[in-house]
Design a protein around this ligand. Structure first.
Ligand code: SAH
Ligand code: SF4
Length: 466
């Protein structure tokens, strides 16, 4: 069948969708040219905020209407099977069929390996099939990647290294839907990245909810594994070292991080392993010690800022990005101002601001959601405006420097220019030299800065240092 996957949410969902695409292709299905042309449509859902879940469920509702010949998109629609996958399925359980009575199948995280079989069952006439994982399930098909020969692969790839989360921050539904923390064996990850590098992948992004906890709960290295040549003893820096040794791979990124993971060994890995990108996504959530304690974040404002100072200590251009929640229950003007001042002190290169959304079953959902919607919106806008100014001044410091950029392709705003990213994950726009291809490494001299984008001219084309 011709399939299409519509993905909401985080990079981990993007990765899960890639793996499901590869599994479907291995089962003989083919990627549709567009959603309207697909016979099988999967919606990969997010439930981290209420609005995210509503979007995914609403999208499924529209697809089912089109399948049944109703709704705006009914005409010309070839859809025969509609499936919902991911975090919202685990949260809703059987209730998914109350929201979507005619859904063909629903499958929670860590069970995606079952999808090709579920499609077979639907083709044989079954409907309303629900597959929910156990919290400790070790999924199949994690290393599945779309086949490069079918145009499904690029020079960048995500690799999931840590599943689930055991942190239980007060506001967060992720541990309920993605299950317990589990580190994939290092050998399996190294083999996967080696295979990707052979297919031309130059940059990998290692994924985990709290990725620096890799190898802490489940032992990721066996006694038979070789000792670390660099003498790294902590599991995550050791993984970075093992991946750095893979030929052809140029860059290693990872996300998301917790300040407790910013150990001396991690800093040493940044210093000694040139393939490891000088960027860390370090969600802070709040600058108020009172709220950080209520959220169960397990660090104080001072500890957080200390981690940032240490990262910038050996490289002032080290890029630090973050997530912030505004309007958490009981967030006063004083708490909010503490977040504003923390953001200034940390000098974030980029920040994602989220308006608090109570999630059923989480600890903070027991508290009154007492910051009015209009006030959440105001705080959101204030932080975004602050970040524009901060992003501009952080980027202006880079004018005149030369950035090593992996070219991605024509820029979205102006197809005559190309864009790519530097080691700090900053978007860099430049006039493409003749013959350039996606994945080429270029050195770009920065001539102009904007809050979210650097503009420059290509110095010369050369491969990045291996
Ligand atoms: N594991 C990551 C975060 C994953 S969720 C970490 O801890 O770093 C991504 C972001 O969504 C979080 O950083 C947080 O800012 C936001 N978020 C999570 N739950 C939320 C909620 N209930 N309301 C609003 N934002 C939320
Ligand atoms: Fe959610 Fe906290 Fe786990 Fe991140 S660390 S996924 S915010 S519980």
């Amino acid at each position: 069948m011709r399939y299409h996957i519509h993905t909401y949410g985080c990079q981990m969902n993007v990765r899960d969708s890639e793996a499901v695409a590869a599994l479907l292709e291995a089962a003989g299905h083919e990627r549709a040219a567009c959603e309207a042309d697909a016979q099988l449509v999967l919606v990969n859902s997010c439930t981290v905020r209420d609005m995210a879940e509503r979007k995914a469920v609403g999208k499924c509702g529209n697809l089912i209407a089109a399948k049944e010949g109703r709704g705006r998109r009914a005409e010309g629609s070839s859809v025969r099977i509609v499936g919902l996958m991911g975090c919202a399925v685990k949260r809703l359980g059987q209730d998914v069929f109350k929201a979507l009575p005619h859904l063909d199948f629903a499958v929670g995280p860590r069970r995606f390996g079952a999808i090709p079989h579920l499609v077979e069952r639907c083709l044989a006439g079954e409907t309303r099939i629900l597959e929910l994982p156990d919290d400790d399930e070790v999924p199949a098909g994690l290393d599945a990647h779309p086949d490069a020969s079918r145009g499904g692969a690029s020079f960048q790839s995500h690799v999931t290294v840590l599943l689930g989360c055991d942190n239980r921050c007060s506001y967060c539904i992720v541990p309920d839907v993605r299950g317990h923390e589990y580190s994939r064996p290092a050998r399996e990850i190294v083999a996967e990245v080696r295979a990707l590098a052979l297919r031309g992948v130059k940059e990998v992004c290692l994924l985990g909810q709290s990725v620096l906890r890799y190898g802490m709960r489940t032992k990721a290295w066996t006694d038979a594994d070789a000792p670390s040549p660099g003498g790294f003893t902590e599991p995550f820096p050791r993984l970075l070292e093992a991946l750095s040794a893979i030929d052809g791979l140029m860059r290693i990124r990872f996300t998301s991080a917790h300040p407790k993971g910013c150990t001396d060994e991690l800093l040493r890995a940044y210093r000694e392993l040139p393939k490891v990108c000088r960027h860390l996504h370090l969600p802070v959530q709040s600058g108020s010690d009172r709220l950080l304690a209520e959220m169960g974040r397990r660090y104080t404002r001072a500890e957080y800022l200390d981690a940032v100072r240490r990262l910038r200590g050996f490289d002032p251009e080290f890029s630090v990005t973050t997530d912030v929640i505004v309007g958490y229950p009981g967030e006063t003007e004083e708490d909010f101002e503490a977040t504003r001042s923390l953001m200034d002190e940390a000098g974030f290169d980029n920040a994602f601001i989220f308006k608090y959304s109570p999630r059923p079953g989480t600890r903070s959902a027991e508290l009154p959601d007492d910051v009015p919607a209009a006030e959440k919106e105001r705080r959101d806008q204030v932080l975004l405006a602050d970040q524009e100014v901060r992003g501009q001044s952080r980027n202006e410091r880079l004018v005149g420097t030369v950035r090593e950029v992996l070219a991605e392709g024509p820029s979205i705003r102006n197809a005559a220019r190309w864009s790519g990213r530097d080691s700090g994950n900053r978007i860099v726009v430049f006039a493409p030299p003749p013959g350039i291809s996606p994945g080429d490494a270029v050195r770009v001299r920065i001539t102009d800065a904007h809050p979210q984008v650097l503009v420059g001219e290509v110095d010369c084309m050369e491969a990045l240092k291996e």
